[in-house]
Design a protein around this ligand. Structure first.
Ligand SMILES: [Zn+2]
Length: 170
């Protein structure tokens, strides 16, 4: 399936992060600022559609993942993940992050330590998947994102959320 090949791309990019950390920090830092700028509008509209870009939804999803993985978040030590729209990254920057030419293709990505790129059309369960990678990296010591173990756990918790977590996002 397509999603499997996307995961392969995603995990490869995680493996590349060490050499690209400074670059990624710069990109994610700038985007975080613009994301914060948009936040007040999102909060004012109470008609939330469970968008993974809604900060309240993000808070609940991260809480769900942390609880499922038996982790207590320590936000004084480890910064909360920043979620940005993958489409806002230029082709050139995205290719550099991935490590090869994606020919304009975008997909969901976790960049250690705390940056998540998410396609605009993504559902909540896609963010759950990336949050698993965030907790794996920051709390579980999984610095190699390319293993089956890492990816299988993310898919498993994503599926738990899809089957049982509906009430989490409301
Ligand atoms: Zn993954």
């Amino acid at each position: 399936m397509t999603s499997e090949s996307l995961h392969a791309v995603e995990d490869e990019s995680v493996g590349l992060q060490i050499t690209r950390r400074d670059f990624l920090k710069g990109v994610c830092g700038g985007l975080a600022l613009s994301a914060i700028g948009l936040d007040s509008e999102a909060v004012e509209s109470k008609e939330k559609d469970e968008s993974p870009f809604d900060h309240e939804v993000q808070r609940r999803l991260l809480g769900f993942v942390a609880k499922t993985m038996d982790v207590v978040l320590d936000t004084d030590v480890i910064s909360l993940p920043t979620v940005v729209e993958a489409e806002t990254i230029s082709d050139a920057d995205f290719n550099q992050m991935i490590g090869f030419d994606t020919e304009g293709h975008r997909n969901n990505l976790f960049f250690p330590p705390s940056c998540i790129l998410l396609l605009k059309k993504s559902k909540a369960h896609s963010l759950v998947h990336e949050y698993v990678h965030y907790i794996q990296y920051n709390y579980k010591g999984y610095t190699d994102g390319t293993t089956d173990e890492v990816e299988n756990q993310a898919v498993r918790i994503q599926n738990i959320f899809r089957e049982t977590g509906e009430g989490v996002v409301r």
